[in-house]
Write a protein that binds this ligand. Sequence first.
Ligand code: CP
Ligand code: NVA
Length: 253
Amino acid sequence: MVLFFEIPSTRTRLSFHVGVAQLGGEPVVLRGEELQLARGESVGDTALVLSRYVSAIVARVSDHGLVEELAEHSDVPVVNALTPLHHPCQALADLLTLRERFGELEGLRLAYVGDGNNVCNSLMLLGSAVGVKVVVATPPELRPDQRFVPDGVELTNDPAAAATGAHALYTDVWVSMGDEAEGAERRRLLAPYQLNATLLERAREDAIVMHCLPAHPGEEITAELLYGERSAVWDQAENRLHAQKALLERLLE
Ligand code: CP
Ligand code: NVA
């Protein structure tokens, strides 16, 4: 398996590496600058050549079009390990975490509060596909891209309304990879969208707190919630490994 990581990662890269090894495969980790792609070889030619050597390609890149182009030309499965538009492997692990905690996915209410980013897009798409009611609270300026908002997803600017009656409160960083230049403006817009004890009071008594990590305690989530007894965050991180192993087995069977 090729693990092509053009941009940083702790969980995704490590969990794929370990998962592939546990399944009896061999991971080959490549950084962006290590392929001839960095010197102008085409994405198509790269995909054709990698397909002759490996069983699948896992790619984390800063241009979503690159993953699509790899998939278009590759003869082996291409897995999106995060682009600025989507983070599907994270959402798979999150659904596994919700199922572990609540037994059934159908009918759960998941409130995503914060930036309408890649993690939000994948949660809306995958959650809706399995019957989770996804409610998204963002500032008007940071609403998710309408292309990725399935029927049934509710968008609001009111975090308290989103959190009311939720089984899970979810947030992600306010400044994603690639958004650093707008960091100050994003922090200003998102300040009212912190996951904290006041917001958690709106949710169900058995509600869990979720975050894909890396976290910035004191910013998008309080340390109290991140490390508290309602936090499912560390299970989410572990479940990256289990969900991705299942994904690879399915793709390669
Ligand atoms: N949640 C997640 O994808 O983490 P990494 O960026 O560390 O892979
Ligand atoms: N939205 C974040 C997720 C990191 C796992 C980012 O894209 O940086």
